[in-house]
Design a protein around this ligand. Structure first.
Ligand code: UD1
Ligand code: UDP
Length: 387
């Protein structure tokens, strides 16, 4: 029986972990045991608890409750707590997702105790080291023994950094890691939950006062956009312009970081304009099931979120990316995503183009919707040498 310790902390990690938890519970119960550790990086009920509840996951066995802090302090607190749990539980593998501080803390604590690390969503790169996420993903990949890549680009990025090609023989270690493309667990989730998402529910849309097929769904949370007032102001100005000139409703479920940024950094005139414009609708974060329903019925998605860029593609909705670059370059190449940075004019131009986009091509980029099964099978077939 392979014993996994899974570290989650931020909203998208809880969602991603649910795909593997579901597969372990239904198919690998005799082969694997998964212990969940929540760092507490996200802690508001609508950023954390709601996902455990609605995605059918048990309460995490451990919650470190580290909360918000500076990068170093937050990561250090996580590492201390994770180390204690690693010593107590002695897992065969530590599993981490994505590129947050929780990912890096888990990977560093485990590797120093010689617990092999499995990294889901390995190999992604923005090639911009000023992004905290870029540092987290590079360092996590460097100490991982199992690198599960969602895309061919991710495999290519690792090859350029000297990682072995997929197919190399085990036993695997941080010195000789396994690199494989198993697909994207977020695609697994969308396929699993999309029958509900695709059903339009009149009351749901009425409550939000939006018309299915007409509204724009937007999210903003990157530190680069929320911490730089000129970027934040440019984004809000562009969204307000779209509401006013194009007569569109924009629904903006706000991450707590964005809510604070709007309070603290918006130019007074823009803040006033925002308050008096009901077409730009700011609502609290929504649960995953509501979010994918909003995606499925949006006309267009505008976001700086990694997850939303992919989900836009899964639901065949065009996406304007409020960043200079993206890790999901295939989505730009196939035409589904358009980079607009945080520049008012570029956002307006990207809107004009993408609102017309018919979605000619939807290539197979993210696997077959069975990434979680692939990962579980790979780990049970290739356990670490010591277990
Ligand atoms: C983190 C990840 C980011 C990921 C995002 C997903 C890092 C460095 N960043 O960014 O990669 O895309 O999660 O959502 O790990 N806050 C609350 N309540 C909460 C959580 C946060 O109020 O439950 C506020 C706090 O003021 C906090 C701020 O949001 O300081 C930022 O939270 P933090 O976890 O540091 O980073 P995110 O922006 O959420
Ligand atoms: N999400 C959600 N409610 C929201 C915003 C996002 O359930 O109000 C989900 C979204 O569907 C996706 C994930 O959270 O699955 C993306 O997380 P986020 O944008 O916070 O982080 P990123 O993907 O950029 O790391």
């Amino acid at each position: 029986m392979l014993k996994l310790l899974t570290v989650v902390g931020a909203r998208p990690q809880i969602i991603k972990a649910s795909a593997i938890s579901r597969v372990i519970a239904t198919q690998y119960g005799d082969d694997m045991r998964d212990i969940m550790l929540h760092t507490g990086q996200h802690y508001d009920a609508d950023m954390s608890e709601i996902f455990f509840r609605e995605l059918g996951m048990p309460e995490p066995a451990y919650n470190l409750q580290v909360g918000s802090s500076s990068h170093a302090r937050q990561t250090a607190r996580m590492m201390e707590g994770i180390e204690e749990v690693l010593i107590t539980e002695k897992p065969d593998i530590l599993l981490v997702y994505g590129d947050t501080n929780s990912t890096l803390a888990g990977a560093l604590a485990a590797t120093k105790l010689k617990v092999p690390v499995a990294h889901v969503e390995a190999g992604l790169r923005s090639f911009r080291k000023s992004m905290p996420e870029e540092i987290n993903r590079i360092l996590t990949d460097q100490v991982s023994s199992y690198l599960f890549c969602p895309t061919d680009t991710a495999i290519g990025n690792l090859a350029k950094e000297g990682f072995p090609a997929p197919g190399a023989k085990g036993p695997y270690s941080a010195d000789l890691p396994a690199v494989c493309k198993g697909g994207d667990v977020m695609f697994d989730n969308v396929l699993h939950f999309s029958s509900g998402a695709n059903q339009a529910n009149e009351a749901f849309f009425n409550d939000l006062d939006i018309i299915p097929g007409e509204y724009i769904l937007a999210t903003v949370h990157r530190d680069n956009n929320t911490n730089h007032p000129h970027r934040l102001n440019a984004i809000i100005k562009a969204l307000l312009g779209i509401v006013e000139d194009e007569k569109r409703t924009v629904l903006l479920p706000v991450h707590p970081r964005m809510r604070k940024a709007i309070e603290d950094h918006l130019a007074p005139a823009l803040g006033k304009a925002l308050k008096s414009q009901p077409g730009l609708r700011i609502v609290p974060p929504v649960g995953y099931l509501d979010m994918i329903r909003l995606e499925a019925h949006a006309r267009l998605i505008m976001t700086d979120s990694g997850g939303l860029q992919k989900e836009a593609f899964f639901f065949r909705k065009p996406c304007v990316v409020l960043r200079r670059e993206t890790e999901w370059v295939e989505l730009v190449a196939c035409g589904n995503s358009k980079l607009a940075d945080a520049d008012e004019e570029a956002i307006r131009m990207a809107y004009e183009e993408m609102i017309q986009y018919q979605g000619a091509e939807f290539p197979d980029i993210f696997g077959n919707g069975h990434a979680a099964e692939f990962i579980c099978q790979f780990l049970t077939d290739n356990p670490p040498a010591t277990s």
